[in-house]
Design a protein around this ligand. Structure first.
Ligand SMILES: [Zn+2]
Ligand SMILES: [Zn+2]
Length: 258
């Protein structure tokens, strides 16, 4: 088994109109941009934490996204069988973060109260707000509740010594991020609290949110969680492919975070 504590698994990609990727694009002539899709996995304290589960193949195709490798297969290829995943952290219920939920038979799923209320409540009556949700993924999440497999959180929570969840909201009402401190360094998995690293500097936001001010406040939360030395991993940024090395030439989609 190869030596790693935390990986970013790059399972999908897409070219999108710039207007879909930034609220206030810096370069108005730049008409298209790239967005990448990841799930993240952390081995810690004798447990396997999968952070998000990626989009389902059909859902990605229907939305014009390219699946490079099925996230469940990507996980297998780095030595983690789906049945070995003890904990799935759902940062939020958007289609690209909460598909494939039925693939993890032994996991406890961690979700914020506010996210389930948002994804199943009156806000979903509005087409613009429900657009990033896939009904099938939400229904799968509800089924997990009835199977007794969801652990709900209301705000911050510690799942293991060194691994904690933090409610940010903003992009989606119950969006949470993950802080991992392995004793040597701190990593913050921002998911959609920070789509692209540059947003943090230029103050831009992904043009899809439940609460704009909370998105902006979320950047401060990420900085606070990371501290001076910590590293923030953006949720959809192609820079991850440059900033981290792969686990091996045979695993070009597995990036070594820790
Ligand atoms: Zn999202
Ligand atoms: Zn996303």
């Amino acid at each position: 088994m190869r030596n790693w504590k935390a990986l970013a698994l790059h399972y999908g990609t897409a070219e999108r109109p710039r207007a879909d990727l930034a609220l206030e694009p810096a370069d108005q002539h730049d008409t298209a941009g790239r967005i990448d899709y990841f799930v993240w996995v952390v081995r810690h304290a004798g447990r396997v934490f999968l952070i998000d589960t990626g989009f389902q193949p059909e859902e990605g195709t229907a939305r014009g996204r390219t699946m490079l490798i099925n996230p469940v297969e990507a996980l297998r290829s780095v030595g983690v069988e789906p049945g070995e995943v003890t904990d799935v952290v759902l940062t939020h219920l958007h289609y690209d973060h909460a598909g494939n939920l039925t693939a993890f038979p032994n996991a406890t799923f961690h979700l914020q109260d506010a996210e389930m209320a948002y994804g199943t409540g009156r806000c979903m009556c509005h087409p613009r707000m429900r657009r990033p949700f896939a009904a099938e993924a939400v229904v799968d999440a509800v089924r997990l509740v009835f199977d007794g497999r969801v652990e709900f959180h209301a705000g911050d929570a510690t799942l293991a010594l060194g691994l904690s969840l933090h409610l940010v909201g903003g992009h989606s009402k119950g969006l949470q991020v993950v802080r991992f401190d392995d004793g040597e360094s701190v990593t913050v998995f921002a998911s959609d609290a920070l789509h692209f690293a540059s947003y943090m500097e230029d103050g831009d936001v992904f043009p899809l949110f439940a609460d704009y001010a909370e998105v902006q406040e979320g950047y401060k939360t990420l900085k606070r969680l990371a501290g001076h030395e910590g590293r923030i991993i953006p949720g959809h940024d192609p820079s991850v492919l440059r900033d981290f090395r792969t686990l091996g030439d045979d695993l070009p989609y597995a990036f070594l975070v820790r």
